[in-house]
Design a protein around this ligand. Structure first.
Ligand SMILES: *[C@@H]1O[C@H](CO)[C@@H](O)[C@H](O)[C@H]1NC(C)=O
Ligand SMILES: *[C@@H]1O[C@H](CO)[C@@H](O)[C@H](O)[C@H]1NC(C)=O
Ligand SMILES: *[C@@H]1O[C@H](CO)[C@@H](O)[C@H](O)[C@H]1NC(C)=O
Ligand SMILES: *[C@@H]1O[C@H](CO)[C@@H](O)[C@H](O)[C@H]1NC(C)=O
Ligand SMILES: *[C@@H]1O[C@H](CO)[C@@H](O)[C@H](O)[C@H]1NC(C)=O
Ligand SMILES: *[C@@H]1O[C@H](CO)[C@@H](O)[C@H](O)[C@H]1NC(C)=O
Ligand SMILES: *[C@@H]1O[C@H](CO)[C@@H](O)[C@H](O)[C@H]1NC(C)=O
Ligand SMILES: [Zn+2]
Length: 452
């Protein structure tokens, strides 16, 4: 008995271990920067729609605060909140090291080494190598490692050139590339320039993005990679409309010599030069559309406190408002706001052997993407803040029921049980005349399977 149980159990374990992303699984992670979730409903995007019909869609992804590019791209590949992976803004200052980080000076490993991204873990395992056609951090030696194949970040390199590189790397069999990233700056750039409500210009750029997806699809099909490769298409954040009427002007409230502005808008990072409480009180009274937090008061739900790169005072503008010192408005669209706002949320679509087909889910958190990717690649994840079970329904090898289904099953089971009970009770009551029942049995046995 005991040995049989062991046998059964090891059978189950072996079966599950096999179905959980085996060592031959491959994954391409794609980000179209600033792709707000509702663009999918507003615009006609045939290539993306076809991709989704063939796979899964998460309509809205709750991203990490602050809803900026570098922090969220690093969250996706580490599964960590920003306070835990250390890329807490696009512009940072480290008081002790006296170092500055910006989009134009991001290659000091110092900034990235608080976490280990999935491309490093994948390569360390030794089953295959990683490749990157531009994803924040992929051209930096993080924990002494870059992807074996990568491109130095350069926004002038066309999407087509990036795709040509990544498919050539994926096509190589020695070494095998089992994890790859692809990054594109649109629709973010146009969202900033025109504002997300400029439907004419946004339509143009989103049609372009859709054609890029078509181009990628065609390339992968031509090389025979389409059926075996798992592909995730997602983004880092959405976009909100800004207006010259919605300016929060700091110079009206506080002299510039009182503080250094490390990061500007819509979340400003303030390093006080005078007494912290004095600076805080001046800012606190500044504008009704501005939330002012001492670092230790930052709401728990932001998970944005425990890192020394987070400055002592943080200002968070209300949706659509822009923080300036005295400048005029420079962008008609921006992001970075509260990550509870739907306008800040991107989407996620995925297809390939690891994913279900035609399944749609309303939401996940972007920290959940990391454990899902590790599962697909069969990697042991680093410590992270995601929840694997949030993505179970997306995955072909996972047993999952969502709440409506579960309720349906319970009600269904209840109805069947009730019916059966009724039948049993009725038949027991009719126990005096068993004949019709046995006739029925006979007819049933006689049933010819060829008929009908
Ligand atoms: C980039 O930042 C590093 C510190 O991290 C600094 O030493 C270097 O001078 C900066 N380079 C530029 C071009 O600003
Ligand atoms: C970096 O890699 C080494 C192995 O080479 C490992 O021991 C170390 O813990 C890694 N660093 C971090 C921050 O995980
Ligand atoms: C960036 O790419 C463009 C277009 O391919 C090229 O002309 C330029 O030299 C590149 N810049 C750098 C710094 O490599
Ligand atoms: C893909 O790989 C095959 C076989 O190694 C090779 O013949 C072909 O040229 C490669 N194509 C590209 C675009 O790299
Ligand atoms: C700080 O700001 C206040 C209010 O604007 C101003 O009166 C004061 O001169 C400033 N102090 C410094 C050192 O700039
Ligand atoms: C903004 O402030 C700076 C420094 O005080 C000043 O030189 C500049 O003229 C001001 N610009 C505007 C548009 O008021
Ligand atoms: C996120 O994960 C890291 C690594 O395990 C952990 O140190 C941190 O406390 C977690 N954050 C939260 C809010 O649970
Ligand atoms: Zn972005």
């Amino acid at each position: 008995m005991n040995s049989m149980l062991t046998l059964l159990f090891s059978g189950i374990v072996a079966c599950c271990a096999h179905s959980a992303g085996d060592s031959t699984s491959r994954l391409l992670l794609v980000s179209f920067d600033g792709f707000r979730a509702d663009y999918l409903e507003t615009y006609k995007l045939p290539h993306l729609q076809e991709f989704i019909e063939d796979g899964v869609l998460v309509k809205e992804v709750t991203n990490a605060f602050i809803t900026k590019t570098f922090p969220n791209h690093y969250t996706i590949v580490t599964g960590l909140y920003e306070e835990s992976h250390g890329i807490v803004a696009n512009d940072m200052y480290d008081v002790d090291a006296k170092k500055k980080f910006s989009q134009f000076n991001d290659s000091d490993p110092f900034w990235w080494n608080e976490a280990v991204p999935i491309w490093v873990t994948n390569q360390r395992r030794g089953n295959g190598v990683s490749a990157a056609a531009m994803w924040p951090g992929t051209d930096v030696k993080i924990n002494n490692t870059t992807p074996q194949f990568f491109m130095k970040y350069n926004f002038s390199v066309t999407f087509e050139e990036r795709v040509e590189k990544i498919v050539a790397w994926l096509n190589s069999s020695n070494p095998v590339v089992n994890f790859a990233t692809l990054y594109w700056e649109e629709p973010d750039a146009s969202g900033h320039k025109y504002g997300p409500d400029d439907t004419e210009n946004m339509r143009k750029v989103l049609e372009e993005v859709d054609n890029h997806i078509g181009f990628l699809t065609d390339k992968l099909k031509a090389l025979g990679l389409w059926d075996t490769l798992n592909i995730i298409i997602t983004s880092d954040h959405g976009m909100a409309s800004c207006s010259p009427k919605k300016l929060i002007i700091l110079d009206k409230c506080i002299g510039r010599n009182n503080y250094t502005l490390i990061d500007r808008s819509p979340v400003a990072a303030v390093l006080p030069r005078q007494n912290e409480k004095y600076v805080y009180n001046l800012l606190k009274k500044c504008d009704d559309h501005l939330k002012v937090y001492l670092k230790e008061e930052i709401p728990e739900r932001f998970h944005y406190r425990h890192n020394k790169r987070i400055q002592p005072i943080i200002l968070v503008a209300d949706e659509g408002w822009t923080i300036v010192q005295n400048e005029s408005l420079s962008k008609l669209g921006d992001h970075g706001y509260d990550n509870a706002l739907p306008s800040m949320h991107p989407f996620l679509a995925a297809r390939g052997p690891a994913f279900h087909r035609g399944y749609k889910q309303s939401t996940i958190n972007n920290v959940d993407i990391y454990p899902m990717m590790c599962h697909i690649l069969g990697l042991t994840p680093q410590p992270h803040n995601g929840t694997f079970s949030n993505t179970k329904c997306l995955l072909a090898d996972q047993w999952c029921i969502n709440l409506p289904e579960a309720i349906g099953i319970v009600i269904g089971a209840f109805l069947i049980l009730t019916t059966l009970t009724c039948i049993i009770i009725t038949s027991k009551n009719r126990v005096v005349s068993p004949r019709p029942f046995s006739r029925l049995q006979l007819q049933y046995d006689d049933d010819d399977p060829l008929i009908g």
